[in-house]
Design a protein around this ligand. Structure first.
Ligand code: FES
Length: 247
């Protein structure tokens, strides 16, 4: 997963493009996702979260670009002059539905007994995309729940490996407690060098990872089904405030 490079130096250059046939303009260096959101055009995302580096791993944000046969991830594709982008086609809906179904089939996402039910981005997207059953065989893996932290719990059964927790901890909190171990289907989030979370020497207990997690994989102790409400909009505010202080 190659992180998107930082924005090029600021220029005042404005580029014109179309999204779903609508003329829009955006600044050179912006991504398709940024241009779309600035114009209230919805593109589904899971690994992307405003305030964190974009890594383009979930592939939910794929869009079509005229002249290109392949699909492009909107969160890491920069706009170009004259670009013609389409964000809604039957092909894209099928693609996105397949991704959501694969995520559900990979681990044990049982919404009925999840602390984040009703406040889960995976659940919301499934509903938005009309995913009411899973056509792939479910794996039902046996995965651990790490409740060793005094305030929080990590439930690998609900993790979709978006790595928002890894990035917020490294980029915003500066602790870099989280990382990913193993490869492919065996990948798991781990604290420090694969220590129980409660034994981590780097975790500050700030809870940022819990609040950026899109599902019920990270949650606060003591909460029951549907009680874990995440505070994701706090992140862009925090990042903007820090940028202001540094000036
Ligand atoms: Fe773009 Fe995940 S949001 S690839």
């Amino acid at each position: 997963m190659t992180p998107i490079p930082p924005h090029p130096p600021e220029t005042a250059q404005t580029l014109n493009l179309t999204i779903n046939g609508r003329q829009v303009s955006a600044q050179a260096g912006e991504t398709i996702l940024e241009a779309a959101r600035a114009n209230d055009i919805f593109i589904p995302t899971l690994c992307f979260l405003e305030g964190l580096s974009a890594q383009g791993s979930c592939r939910l944000c794929m869009v079509e670009i005229a002249g290109s046969a392949k699909l492009h991830p909107a969160c890491v594709t920069r706009i170009q002059e004259g670009m013609e982008v389409t964000t809604e086609t039957e092909r894209l809906r099928d693609y996105r539905r397949n991704i959501i179904e694969l995520l559900f089939s990979e681990r044990n996402h049982v919404c009925a007994v999840c602390v984040a039910s009703g406040h889960c981005e995976l659940q919301d997207l499934a509903s938005e995309l009309g995913v009411d059953h899973i056509s792939f065989p479910c794996r039902y893996p046996t995965l651990a729940v790490d409740a060793s932290h005094r305030r929080f719990v990590l439930d690998h059964n609900r993790c979709i490996l978006c790595t928002r927790c890894v990035r917020v901890c490294a980029e915003i909190e500066g602790a870099h407690t989280w990382d990913v171990k193993n490869r492919g289907i065996r990948s798991l989030i781990m604290a420090d060098f694969d220590a129980p979370w409660g034994d981590s020497e780097t975790c500050t207990g700030c809870g940022k990872c819990v609040h950026v997690c899109p599902t019920g994989a990270l949650f606060e102790k003591g909460l029951a089904v549907a009680e874990m409400r995440k505070q994701r909009p706090a992140l862009p505010t925090l990042v903007a405030n820090r940028a202001t202080e540094q000036r």
